[in-house]
Ligand binder design. Structure first.
Ligand code: ZN
Length: 130
């Protein structure tokens, strides 16, 4: 059994902090010790863990990804969103966090971010506790 978050993104490129929503699902699951798998079933979105204390870190990550992978090609993919597909592959579509005493074992400054690369859209995030 797994849980699914539905996230509505607002911009073409956006990183949404979903840490508190994952913690909410963890509390509902009742899991005390184990692992939490988080999976994004999209080809133009991703998921990552990084700093959620200073928002300029996320701004720098987004700006750097945009410099590395500009929206305008040349690309072959006719849908016109190759940059989003490439960023999705660079960032990855799953993360795993340990669970101890009913809590995510994240570092002090770490948060879990859904990465939107071709929004705004409705996105799903699947979460499995084991
Ligand atoms: Zn496409």
């Amino acid at each position: 059994m797994f849980f699914t978050l539905s996230i509505r993104t607002r911009d073409r490129s956006e990183m949404v902090d979903i840490t508190s929503q994952v913690e909410g699902e963890l509390r509902r699951s009742g899991l005390e010790d184990g692992v939490c798998f988080i999976y994004v079933p999209h080809t133009t979105a991703g998921i990552t863990i990084n700093e959620n204390a200073d928002p300029s870190v996320i701004a720098d990550i987004q700006a750097t990804l945009n410099r590395l992978v500009p929206w305008e090609g040349p690309y072959s993919h006719l849908e016109g969103n190759s940059a989003a597909h490439i960023k999705s592959t660079l960032v990855g579509n799953s993360v795993m966090v340990l669970v101890e005493s009913g809590r995510l074992k994240l570092g002090t400054w770490q948060g879990i971010f859904l990465c939107e690369f071709d929004g705004p859209r409705s996105r799903k995030v699947h979460i499995k506790f084991q």
